[in-house]
Ligand binder design. Structure first.
Ligand code: 5GP
Length: 114
């Protein structure tokens, strides 16, 4: 059996971390190394999908649940607007292979990168 992901270990309380949102299918935490004033991670409870490509093919409804939670976070912690980032593969900085969306908001500069 493979080890639970770092995100699952936070969700189950094995590693400390605040669960900001918890729905039936999805949860959200603050990123430990924020890249924007608002930077949260939205994560499905299942570890079945490594990245958004697999998730979109396997369970598009779960992907829609993630987007709904991102919208909720932006409404509660920003002005309702948000940037959603999925890293897909190590060469574009994916480091945790349990699909997750980065929700960024309250950005100081209107730039796509940096
Ligand atoms: P990736 O690079 O895979 O797209 O994103 C993984 C994210 O998880 C990174 O932004 C990283 O800062 C975050 N992260 C890694 N370990 C922890 C942790 O223990 N707690 C929290 N809250 N975030 C983490």
């Amino acid at each position: 059996m493979t080890e639970p992901s770092i995100f699952t270990r936070i969700r189950t309380g094995e590693i400390p971390g605040e669960i900001v949102v918890d729905t039936g299918t999805v949860f959200a935490i603050r990123d430990i190394n924020p890249q924007a004033p608002l930077h949260m991670l939205v994560i499905p409870k299942t570890e079945q999908y490594r990245d958004v490509t697999e998730l979109a093919a396997g369970d598009p409804g779960l992907l829609a649940d993630m987007v709904a939670v991102a919208k909720q976070i932006a409404a509660e912690h920003a002005n309702g607007e948000y940037r959603l980032i999925f890293n897909n593969g190590p060469s574009v900085a994916q480091s945790v292979f349990h699909v997750h969306a980065h929700v960024l908001g309250n950005l100081e500069e209107n730039k796509l990168v940096g």
